[in-house]
Every structure is written in structure tokens, then in C-alpha cells.
Design a protein around this ligand. Structure first.
Ligand SMILES: [Zn+2]
Length: 138
């Protein structure tokens, strides 16, 4: 782990449940109790109908890579030792997308459409795990 601490999570009334579940190894999405729309990241209003009546739904934790990039020069020094690493926009099987790191041995071996699954991984961070994905490698 880097000697530079990672930036802290932004926990707000809208995100606290999301972060608590992620720390326990569960990936939640929000579901509008008015129109049924599913969304992620957590917000205070439904992005479809603007209702403030939102609930939580646990995902199965699987999805597909919609797009990706390999970070060779991190924007924060806490991740310098981990570069190069893979970041992907993952479309969850429930529909919403999540931008997250993808764990694996070779960050350059990825393709659009590749199947991934959610993992909570701290990487030695004392603040606890963050949402990542792992590739279903052949
Ligand atoms: Zn709605």
C-alpha cells in the first residue's frame, strides 16, 4: 500500500447506506418507489421522475464492461504504486452503470462486453473496502 493515504469516501445522507453495504461486500442500487427506475450513484431524487421516494435493491453483482481505460499516471499519488491499472464503466445486469477499478493480473487484457463481478477490496486501505470488479478470466 502507498504511504500516501487514499482520499476519503464522501458519505452523505444519500450515500451512507451504499457505503455501509459496500463495506460488507454488497453492491446496492437505488430504486424509485414511485416509477421503478433504477439508478447508481446514489442521489436524493429519482433521475427519471424527480421523486424523493427512493429505496435500495441489492444487485447480483455481475455486469459487462461497457468501456474502459488503463490508468498509467494516476491523478492522485495514493494509487501511484498500483499503476498501470484498469478502470471500467460496468453496466450492471440490473441496468445502472458504475465506474470502478477492475482487478486482475494484466490491465491491458480487457474487452468491451467482458463479464465482471463485484468484489469489495480494501487493498490494504485502513478505511475499508471499496467497490471493485473482477474479470471472469478464461
Ligand atoms: Zn422515479
Amino acid at each position: 500500500m502507498s504511504a500516501v493515504p487514499r482520499p476519503g469516501r464522501l458519505s452523505t445522507p444519500a450515500t451512507a447506506e451504499y457505503w455501509r453495504a459496500a463495506a460488507d461486500g454488497h453492491l446496492l442500487i437505488q430504486r424509485c418507489l414511485h416509477c421503478g427506475h433504477k439508478q447508481l450513484y446514489p442521489r436524493t431524487l429519482c433521475t427519471r421522475c424527480w421523486s424523493a421516494e427512493l429505496g435500495w435493491q441489492e444487485t447480483v453483482g455481475t455486469g459487462s464492461v461497457r468501456t474502459f481505460t488503463v490508468i498509467e499516471v494516476p491523478g492522485h499519488p495514493a494509487w501511484r504504486e498500483e499503476a498501470p491499472y484498469l478502470i471500467a464503466l460496468v453496466e450492471l445486469d440490473e441496468g445502472p452503470c458504475l465506474l470502478a477499478g477492475v482487478l486482475g493480473s494484466d490491465p491491458y487484457r480487457v474487452a468491451v462486453g467482458q463479464r465482471v463481478r463485484f468484489v469489495a477490496d480494501s487493498g490494504g486501505d485502513p478505511a475499508g473496502p471499496l467497490p471493485f470488479f473482477a474479470r471472469d478470466e478464461p
